[in-house]
Each structure stands twice: as C-alpha cells, then as structure tokens.
Design a protein around this ligand. Sequence first.
Ligand SMILES: CC(C)(COP(=O)(O)OP(=O)(O)OC[C@H]1O[C@@H](n2cnc3c(N)ncnc32)[C@H](O)[C@@H]1OP(=O)(O)O)[C@@H](O)C(=O)NCCC(=O)NCCS
Length: 162
Amino acid sequence: MAFVQIVAMTQEHAADIVTWRYAEPYERYDLIAADPGFLTDPANGYVALVDGGVLIGYRSFGVEGRVPGGSYDDSALDTGGGLRPVLTGLGHGLGRQAIAAGLAYGYERFQPAAFRVTVASFNTRARKVVESLGFVHVATFNATTDGSSFDILTCQQSLDRR
Ligand SMILES: CC(C)(COP(=O)(O)OP(=O)(O)OC[C@H]1O[C@@H](n2cnc3c(N)ncnc32)[C@H](O)[C@@H]1OP(=O)(O)O)[C@@H](O)C(=O)NCCC(=O)NCCS
C-alpha cells in the first residue's frame, strides 16, 4: 500500500510532470504547454504527491482546476491533478488515495467550506473516484475551448466521513 504524501512542487518535480503523456483518451490531461516555472510558482497552487520520496502525481488548488465555460464562484475551492501516467488505471485505488491526501492537505491549509472538481464527462474513471470520496454532481457544461462536455461536482462533507 502506497504512503502518499504532499510535498512542495520543486523544479525537479515540475520538469518531470511536464513530460508526462497520458494514453488516449486521457491525453487532454497532458500539461503539454506548461512551463515548469508555472507549476513551481506558489501563486498557481500546485503541490507534488510522493510515495517514499518518489514523485507519483500532483494536485492543484485554486483556479487552475477550472475549465473555461463553467460557472464558478468562491463558495468552494477548486482542486485538480493527476497521477503519473504509468500508475493510472491500475484498479488499486491509488488515485483515490492521492485525491484523499490532497483533500486532507487542502482542508488543513485552506479550510474551505467545500471542494469542487471539474471532470471531463467521458472520464468515468475519475468520476467514480471522486464520487467515492463524497463528491456530488452539480452541473454539466460545454467548454468554450473545444465544446467538449464537463461535469462539476462538489463535496461539503467533513473529512472524517471519507
Ligand atoms: C483519475 C485518477 C485519479 C483515477 O485514479 P486511478 O488509480 O487511475 O483509478 P482506478 O484504476 O483505481 O479506477 C477507479 C475506478 O474506475 C474504474 N475504471 C477504470 N477505467 C474505467 C473506464 N474506462 N470506464 C469505467 N470505469 C473505469 C475502475 O474499475 C475503478 O472502479 P472501482 O472503484 O469500482 O474499483 C487517475 O487515473 C489520474 O490521475 N488520471 C490522470 C488524468 C485524469 O483523468 N485526471 C482527472 C482530473 S479530474
């Protein structure tokens, strides 16, 4: 069982993450145009996920988790992220552990009234994981970038129920 921890986004982690390429149909999650310096800038809300010191993923907190075209307000803190591509889809619950670790960190650091995620409608894998953590669907919209469908889910329950 992995022991997932949140640590600061270093230049080394960021340089690794921008090379990650997800298999179809998840390639839209590639941070293909991202500058490592953008990920390390604390203003952009990225943190790294490690297991035994090895980088396994990242999480973001704030507007980076939003998709153009969605209706957002400040009643919830947006969060997003991803696992290292080779670790996705293993069916071992690693993504669930990763997101749960991110929520625990985000709750302690930001004390939000609620968390919000925006998930591509085709991404049943991610949807299953966030719903297992207590997220509930609140809206569906089409992205202004390419017209593709996204769902917004929020979670207000306290951490002790996860
Ligand atoms: C989304 C993510 C966190 C999920 O974590 P994961 O460890 O890969 O997920 P798992 O392999 O445990 O699969 C989760 C569930 O989805 C199911 N699943 C996997 N692929 C599926 C598919 N194509 N269709 C339907 N269900 C699927 C699994 O069977 C599992 O179900 P279970 O909980 O009933 O056992 C991870 O894949 C990731 O970081 N992906 C990066 C890109 C991305 O999708 N980002 C989403 C941002 S919101």
